[in-house]
Ligand binder design. Structure first.
Ligand code: SF4
Length: 364
């Protein structure tokens, strides 16, 4: 396995997110990792407000538009409570969900977090990283998702770090992702850390001693759909970053998500798959997986996203949709059977042609 960084493929360093303010709870600053995040922010010239207690006071404006903008520019440095450190299964990606943070600074008009996180969209990062990581060994061998899959059991117990955040977006401020990758690298266990990202600054990760126990996936959509992904890195940079990670010996993947059946989708996704194949071409020992996730929304997420992104051209009407009931009784709108069939046939065919070495993990 090659662990040395491959700087030759990187073309530019993407701009890092800078929150307008950081609010730190008293408990968070009691952890060395919390203090180091506060110091990183202060060094970058970001105002750090130290609270006297542990209750976040946000003082957001009443106007919903301004409140959204303020919240998205706010980083809260907090502590993950014991209940948040109790891991949940996360099908179909991984056996367990492990959260290093909650919230994301980007502005995607389909963001799945709109349906899962309540309240103003601030980003919370956790100062008690050591406690979070110390809790993981208890879950080893206990997985019921990928560990029980005939095709994926070989991955070991899997831990997904991108369910409630984009961990790479926050890395320049927190260092939490690097620390977690290095921790998995030292963990001599049949386990895998997984994260997916719409960001591209992988430079701090390339030289880590990852031990092959972290799979990075680039979450991608065609350039033609970039207008739905405000504040993220350009897709070409994400693919370059993925190639850099692969050359550095990481197992890698593409999360093609959300797949949007907008007019011209065949050409747009065909070009995307061809671009990915070109970016990864010739990498020795490439270990590549693909996850295919079609666009869906719930009545709740649609209401939140319509308020956040009132001018978005993203189609959230009933056209080409059908209602699917989850096992918890809630409803979501997914593409109808005919659209799903067309999409799936296209993706499976095009991937087999352009990326024959890739393993498709799931279609949903
Ligand atoms: Fe949401 Fe991911 Fe976009 Fe962040 S990058 S806003 S988590 S979809």
């Amino acid at each position: 396995m090659q662990l040395a960084p491959a700087l030759s493929r990187s073309v530019t360093t993407p701009a890092a997110w800078r929150p307008r303010r950081v609010i730190a709870t008293r408990a968070a600053l009691g952890f060395a990792h919390g203090r180091s995040i506060a110091e990183r922010a202060a060094k970058l010239g970001i105002e750090v407000m130290e609270l006297a207690g542990d209750r976040l006071k946000l003082d957001l404006p009443d106007d919903p538009r301004r409140a959204y903008v303020e919240a998205k520019a706010t980083l809260a440095l907090t502590v993950a409570s014991p209940s948040k450190r109790r891991l949940q299964p996360i099908a179909p990606s991984a056996d367990w969900r492990v959260d290093l943070a909650e919230g994301c600074p980007a502005h995607c008009s389909y963001c799945y977090l709109a349906g899962s996180l309540k309240g103003p969209p601030i980003t919370r990062v956790y100062a008690n990283l050591d406690e979070i990581l110390d809790g993981l060994p208890a879950y080893l061998g206990q997985g019921t998702i990928t560990s029980r899959s005939r095709t994926r059991a070989g991955e070991g117990t899997t831990f997904e770090a991108s369910c409630y955040t984009d961990p790479l977006a926050l890395e320049p401020l927190t260092g939490s992702l690097s620390a977690t990758i290095a921790w998995f690298g030292r963990w001599q266990a049949d386990a895998q850390l997984r994260f997916t990202t719409k960001f591209a600054d992988v430079a701090p990760l390339l030289a880590l001693d990852h031990g092959g126990r972290t799979r990075m996936r680039a979450s991608v959509n065609p350039r033609a759909f970039a207008r739905f992904e405000g504040g993220t890195s350009p897709v070409a940079q994400r693919l370059t970053a993925l190639a850099d990670m692969a050359v550095a010996g990481y197992p890698v993947g593409l999360t093609i998500a959300p797949i949007i059946a907008a007019p011209g989708w065949q050409q747009a996704y065909g070009e995307l798959i061809a671009d990915a194949a070109a970016a990864l071409d010739g990498i020795a020992g490439l270990d590549l997986t693909i996850e295919l996730i079609t666009h869906r929304f719930t009545p709740g997420s649609k209401a939140v996203l319509t308020e956040w992104y009132p001018g978005s051209a993203l189609d959230m009407t009933e056209a080409n949709r059908t209602t699917k009931r989850t096992k918890f009784g809630s409803e979501k709108q997914v593409y109808d059977a005919a659209t799903m069939r067309d999409l799936r046939r296209f993706f499976e065919g095009r991937i087999a042609t352009d990326l024959p070495q890739a393993r498709i993990l799931y279609w949903t």
